[in-house]
Design a protein around this ligand. Sequence first.
Ligand SMILES: [Zn+2]
Length: 405
Amino acid sequence: MKVTREFIEKMPKTDLHVHLDGSLRLSTILDLAQQQGVALPENPKDEKALAKVIRMGAICEDLRDYLKAFDITLSVLQTEESLYRAAFELAEDAAKENVRYMEVRYSPLLHTRNGLSFPVIVEAVAEGLREAKRKYGIMTGQIICGIRHITPESSLRLAELCVAFKHRGVVGFDLAGAEADNPPKDHQAAFDLIRNNNVNLTIHAGEAYGPESIHQAIHMCGAHRIGHGTRLREDGDLLNFVNDHRIPLEVCVTSNVQTRACDSFESHPLPFYMSYGIRCTINTDNRLVTDTTMTEEFWRCVQHYNLGVGDLRKLMIDGFKSSFMPYRKKRTVMAMAVEEFDSLVADFAAMQGAPASEYAPNVAQEIGSQFSRFQSQLPEDPSELLAEKAPKVEKKEAPRAKKKR
Ligand SMILES: [Zn+2]
């Protein structure tokens, strides 16, 4: 079966790495600015002009340069109504391309300019997401972000907020912001609080800084997932640790090209990670600033990396597996997604007059294919595999003590 854009749009998906303040609609920014009397830079008259000011989808100098667009989006996100609306519309847009589960992240610290308190901010976003669930059935959770270029004390306050709202709409904590010169270990107190309260943790690492930041995120801060991990390939030992412990990477390919975390789609490590067996998930990062959707991200990967149906199925499953949903719920949701995916393949294959059964991935490592490739080397009796491999040590009899006469 041939993968088409339409198939990708219809398949069930997750988005585990998406920033609320980077994912507004252009029309909403213009609308909110007018309502609130906020002057936007260069006074854009329409969506096209605003897209230019934001440099939507443009290649930036680096991550810091990319983050400038957020000055504009944040200027209109300082009221309860605007937060509610942004959260609802993001979930609505995602639901319309069959994103079944989404984790929305943002830092409440950046929405307090007009005096909103942290709990009011979290509740406003939660209400927007709940409304989308009622209307479209999309499941969501919030991730609260500490900001690495703001003080560690503020990260601690945000960690406290995260702990207070655990199981009340918030599913995890993150550290975001300018990565270079701001190592995660500076925010240790926040991570300690998060860990002591059994809160899920993901950290932006290996995006604008080398694999050392991933090492710190995992070993010093206790991250359960890594945001990006683009530069993980520079440290083979750490790469194997991440793989062995099934630590998921939240891969955002288009955003990485845009922030110059890598030079091009072709040089992105995603296909290497997939072939190596690393647990990868596909994500948007910022629907507005990066000018993307989940469909677009998967479609670009299909075009650049020759992904087949089996690869998409694996990426989809890894998305659900890596989510911060409770285990039992996750199991049920994932089973439903797989069933939906398989019946969609059957429909598309029938439409294309192609066999539907060819599921072997083109790129991703799959246990099944690995097994068949090495089957000839397997012993006929599987119990031999369990037999002791260590060389047998001949027991030497201890010299007998001479009996005393
Ligand atoms: Zn991000």
